[in-house]
Write a protein that binds this ligand. Structure first.
Ligand SMILES: Nc1ncnc2c1ncn2[C@@H]1O[C@H](COP(=O)(O)OP(=O)(O)OP(=O)(O)O)[C@@H](O)[C@H]1O
Ligand SMILES: [Mg+2]
Length: 235
């Protein structure tokens, strides 16, 4: 469904990614791990055309989407939840969700989708629809950010460290939610520093280091001594 071929990207003159290759099958969860500054966020931003791409190709459903404008990417079914809880605190939960459907013109369709997303995935938000987003807990804000991304019916969901700063129990709930969304047919690429939890739901794992793929494969790679030491040890 998504193929990244020899991707080189960065910020202006500062190249961050060097020759990244990645293949994501439909309905797969790919977990991206790697130390701070490895380029994990940059990789997601490259797919969403938010950084400079110098070389390589990004193919989505047999279509070249390299440097395609973001709204077209959303129309094609790609949604992105950036790092940090990006909800609009001074808007209500409902307004935040509605914003996720900004490409949809008809109010009725938006309402229908909103009900669907809340009912199906985030029933906890039902009672909070008219609350300001800043009044939600960290976990709820993250759920809201993901809920907003679902408003556009994505087939590929890009999540950048959704579990950051969440208590372990909340984090587990979040990963369960992500698995549930995936089981409905949404492919997911998720960046995580909490490798232990995230890799439990992974179909495939990609380890980035210094802007390059250091290792990739199925859960088997977790047995790699180096991975164990760096990512699964203390966390
Ligand atoms: N807007 C920017 N302009 C210039 N350099 C940037 C910008 N954003 C990130 N970088 C640099 O790109 C490199 C990779 O950053 P990136 O955010 O992709 O890493 P990461 O793997 O997501 O790290 P983290 O785990 O801390 O989120 C870092 O050296 C960072 O300083
Ligand atoms: Mg990052």
């Amino acid at each position: 469904m998504l193929q990244i071929k020899n991707l080189e990207s960065g910020y202006g003159k500062m190249q961050i990614l060097f020759g990244i290759n990645l293949n994501v099958k439909p309905e797969e969860i790919v977990v991206l791990i790697g130390p701070n500054g490895a380029g994990k966020s940059t990789l997601l931003k490259s797919i969403f055309n938010l950084v400079d791409i110098y070389n390589g190709k990004i193919i989505y459903k047999n279509k070249d989407i390299t440097r395609m404008p973001t709204h077209e990417l959303i129309e094609l079914g790609i949604s992105y939840v950036p790092q940090g809880r990006q909800v609009f605190g001074n808007l209500t939960v409902k307004e935040n969700l509605e914003m996720g459907a900004f490409l949809t013109k008809e109010k009725e369709l938006i309402d229908k989708k909103l009900n669907e997303v809340v009912e199906k995935h985030f029933p906890d938000l039902r009672k909070r629809l008219n609350d300001y987003a800043f009044n939600l807990s960290g976990g709820q804000q993250q759920m809201l950010a993901i809920g907003r991304a679902l408003m556009q019916d994505p087939q590929l969901l890009l999540l950048d460290e959704p579990s950051l700063g969440l208590a372990p129990k909340i984090m587990k709930g979040l990963f369960r939610k992500i698995l549930e969304i995936n089981e409905e047919g949404v492919a997911v690429i998720i960046v995580e520093q909490n490798a232990k939890q995230a890799t439990k739901i992974a179909d495939r794992i990609l380890v980035l280091e210094d802007g390059k793929v250091a290792l990739s494969g199925n859960k088997g790679i977790l047995k790699d001594k180096r991975i164990k030491k760096i990512y699964l040890g203390g966390r």
